[in-house]
Design a protein around this ligand. Structure first.
Ligand code: ADP
Ligand code: ZN
Ligand code: MG
Length: 477
């Protein structure tokens, strides 16, 4: 029997606000333990939470960017459970009335578009962190993260493979980062994902029993964990067994999932409305105002680059990986008037050097403006494409303008026919054997002559003129 995987993802994204969701404490990562805390986020009795407006604004942005309906009335609930890093004994979250519902994102898998539904997006506060140190006689609690704002994005069970799951995650990730509401750092936990997965016989409508996977800290982990879990469940079903509903932890080192807790141990969270927080009423005017601030999203930008600059989809995908990179490319494409040449330079030389030097695009020593000048120098014949590579190296290392480098190093291309003719004559005169062989039919020697002329002219001869002159002279004899 053939089985089909059914997958739904729950993503937690940390919002990039300066302060926490219900108090004025800083959200900065990596500070001394418990330095960013106050009576509110450490759960002292008698204190009252005050909602951070930015959190609501950012979540509306994400809701709009994923085509969700924004609910005008939002309520808050307490999710009750005991854990040492949860000082109040409950987490404030949204339950009955989440801020956004019924959205979707489009994902491209091997050239095919697939729409994945978003059930809901709701706001909640993060918990603190327990620190277990083998060399210490106790465990420690750090509450710096307690009360940091999160959004949870719950997908419909529309995902059918590990590729689709990762494609969906990448899409959410890039939207969050484009919107500037999440830094997307998976290792620091700013973007985390739990995966629900079940199998059903192909053609059957009813879903099978699912397992929930946790502890995947990168896209690669998610991919591997889903692939593993599909195989594991398939094996159980094929050998006549039953999948048990449980939470399983991904073990990256061993490449397997282990059971963490079963259904019997599942929490009863006893959700109830939070009596300390009033319902939030969102006006349509404010929602529309926020809609106007949305930037062009990655998918739209990609499609526009292909249409407007006539570059391949692959180029557009690479060039829109971040907003900063897209802006950099777009400036060069427009100002140089040579979008495909611009794309080659940015994708090849710029991205290659950035990777090598571990720099981000906004740290590039070669500005968009300088690259436009350099493309101009190639286009007007001042330098050849080959010399341009040398100029680019120098630009990268010194930050100098291409015009300055060309002048200082005397790299101006030789387009003077008589000078090139002289060089061609010299090369032919000093290599009579090769000339004879060429004329007797060994045509692949042509490249050798080109190379020699370039060597004599230190790479500065205009390649087209060299070719033309060589062809002419070699056929003359
Ligand atoms: P829970 O209350 O356990 O969090 P939810 O109903 O909120 O469960 O669903 C959590 C996620 O699991 C959603 O993304 C949903 O699409 C997905 N899901 C639900 N049922 C299944 C199933 N049978 N197989 C795979 N995924 C599922
Ligand atoms: Zn606080
Ligand atoms: Mg849930």
């Amino acid at each position: 029997m053939e089985f089909e995987p059914v997958i739904g993802l729950e993503v937690h994204a940390q919002l990039l606000t300066n302060t926490k969701i219900f108090c004025g404490c800083s959200t900065r990562f990596g500070e001394a333990p418990n330095s960013n805390t106050c009576p509110i986020c450490s759960g002292m009795p008698g204190v009252l939470p005050v909602l951070n407006k930015k959190v609501v604004e950012y979540t509306i942005k994400m809701g709009l960017a994923t085509s969700c309906h924004i609910n005008n009335i939002n309520t808050w609930a307490r999710k009750n459970y005991f854990y040492p890093d949860l000082p109040k004994g409950y987490q404030i979250t949204q339950f009955a009335e989440p801020i956004a519902e019924h959205g979707y994102v489009d994902v491209e898998i091997n050239g095919n578009k697939k729409r994945i539904g978003i059930t809901r997006i709701h706001i909640e506060e993060d918990a603190g962190k327990s620190i277990h140190d083998e060399n210490q006689p106790a465990s420690y609690i750090d509450l710096n993260r307690a009360g940091v704002p999160l959004i949870e994005i719950v997908s419909e069970p529309d995902i059918r493979s590990a590729e689709e799951g990762v494609g969906y995650l990448r899409r959410l990730h890039e939207i969050l980062v484009y919107l500037g509401i999440c830094d997307g750092n998976m290792e620091e936990g700013s973007f985390r994902c739990d995966a629900n997965i079940s199998l059903r016989p192909k053609g059957q409508e009813k879903f099978g029993i699912r397992a929930e996977l946790k502890n995947m800290n990168s896209f690669r982990h998610v991919h591997r964990a889903l692939e593993y879990e599909i195989k594991r469940q398939q094996y159980i079903l094929e050998s006549g067994g039953h999948v048990v509903q449980e939470t399983r932890l991904w073990d990256e080192a061993q490449g397997v999932t282990h059971p963490m807790r079963g259904k019997e141990e599942a929490h009863d969270y006893r959700y109830f409305p939070d009596p300390d927080l009033v319902a939030v009423h969102l006006s349509d005017e404010w929602i529309e105002e926020i809609r106007k601030t949305l930037p062009e999203l990655p998918l739209a930008k990609r499609e526009r680059f292909v249409a407007e600059f006539d570059i391949p989809l692959y180029d557009a995908q690479v060039l829109t990986a971040s907003r900063a990179l897209a802006d950099y490319y777009e400036e060069i494409a427009r100002k140089s008037g040579k979008p495909k040449i611009a794309s080659n330079w940015v994708m090849g030389d710029v991205l290659g050097h950035l990777k090598e030097d571990r720099l981000e695009i906004d740290e590039s020593p070669v500005s968009a403006h300088s690259l436009v000048s350099m493309i101009g120098l190639i286009e007007d014949g001042t330098i050849s494409g080959k010399i341009a590579k040398e100029v680019f190296e120098e630009m990268w290392n010194t930050g100098k303008e291409p015009g300055t480098i060309v002048e200082e190093k005397g790299l101006v291309q030789i387009t003077d026919t008589s000078a090139i003719e002289q060089a061609v004559d010299d090369v032919l005169a000093t290599n009579p054997t090769q000339v004879n062989e060429y004329r007797q039919g060994k045509e692949k020697l042509f490249g050798f002559f080109v190379g020699q002329v370039m060597k004599v002219t230190k790479g500065k001869a205009n390649p087209k003129l060299v070719n033309d002159l060589l062809k002419k002279k070699l056929s003359e004899g």
